[in-house]
Design a protein around this ligand. Structure first.
Ligand code: A3P
Length: 320
């Protein structure tokens, strides 16, 4: 269910006219709230979860920039933390019949957008949730509790291309597609959902250095390059390391196999199913590759983006 503009709370309706605006990528205006860009529909979910979400010490929160591989990491985290009672090789594993966004709901995009105070009693410990919120805008209880944060980002060039393709899928047919050039300008200005992109990434990066017990910082590229190593690290970070016995049972391979792009994107549920919002599950699976930007961005675009992010080398960017 999607909230329509006229269903917004009075608080939101009063707040919105006071916020800076910019053109959205889909159809709505974007508003700058607490330093990041969000649409009016999501703003209500953001405010509501900031007010009401009570984090528990055992919670795990997956935080991502949009299009950085959230669907993949949701699948991996879900399979990892439930592996004892739901082995990944199990014939009726939930991932085989349920989209990862249902198994690991977004706080502000799903739980708190539908109800101002949703009933979370069906979530057993450790509860696993997800969000795109920047660190300073996380519900206070997340910052104060000992809950763990897994942060995933992706290089800005692939993130941008993925975001552009996704926004075009969300646009109504009669609206036509956004040209790449048009939205590239916006992205470079920092105007993208939950953007500026670099503010989001850098704040979590710096915090993960200061507090590695609390925040595990991962990139899509390193997960792709060395999935086994990073899956093991993730399991250790979450306090559930892969045991010798599990090694003997090829647990790591089992988790990576069920969560692979090929497996998930070819499941009936992800080919033909829809989220309650009406969005096709297939929209979350496009190519799943590193470096697809080479097929879309001109040299000028690459130079501009790298200059803004002071990248050149993505790792340098992160350590700067
Ligand atoms: P592309 O558009 O580059 O193909 P998010 O889940 O944050 O919305 O990100 C979507 C991106 O992750 C898409 O990238 C999608 O194809 C990719 N993706 C989805 N599932 C994946 C998986 N299991 N493994 C690797 N990449 C995946």
């Amino acid at each position: 269910k999607y909230l329509k503009e006229d269903e917004l709370s009075e608080e939101c309706k009063t707040l919105i006219p006071t916020l800076p605006t910019a053109p959205g990528w889909v159809h709505t205006t974007l508003y700058k709230y607490q330093g990041f860009w969000i649409n009016s529909r999501l703003l209500q979910g953001v405010i509501s979860c900031q007010k009401h979400f009570q984090s528990q010490h055992t919670d795990i929160l997956l935080v991502t920039t949009p299009k950085s591989g959230t669907t993949w990491l949701k699948s991996i985290l879900f399979t990892l933390i439930n592996r004892t009672h739901l082995p990944p090789t199990q014939q009726n594993h939930p991932l085989l019949s349920t989209n990862p966004h249902i198994l690991v709901p977004f706080l502000e995009l799903k739980l708190y957008i539908e109800e101002s105070n949703p009933d979370l009693s069906s979530f057993t410990s450790p509860r696993l949730f997800s969000t795109h919120l920047p660190y300073n805008s996380l519900p206070k209880s997340v910052q104060d509790s000992r809950c763990k944060i897994v942060y995933l980002c992706r290089n800005p060039k692939d993130t941008f291309v993925s975001l552009w393709a996704f926004a075009n899928k969300l646009r109504l047919e009669q609206m036509g597609s956004n040209s790449l050039e048009q939205v590239f300008e916006n992205f470079c200005e920092g105007v993208s959902l939950y953007g500026p992109f670099w503010d989001h990434v850098l704040s979590y990066w710096h915090l993960s250095l200061k507090n590695p017990e609390k925040i595990c910082f991962l990139t899509y590229e390193e997960m792709k390059e060395e999935p086994e190593i990073h899956l093991r690290k993730l399991a250790e970070f979450l306090g559930c390391p892969i045991s010798k016995k599990e090694d003997g049972e090829n647990m790591v391979e089992g988790i990576l196999d069920i969560c692979s792009f090929d497996n998930l994107s070819n499941l009936k549920v992800n080919k033909e199913g829809k989220l309650p919002s009406g969005l096709n599950n297939s929209a979350f699976f496009r190519k799943g590759e590193v470096g697809d930007w080479k097929n879309y961005l001109t040299m000028e675009m690459v130079e501009r983006l790298e200059k803004i992010c002071e990248v050149g080398d993505w790792k340098n960017y992160l350590t700067m």
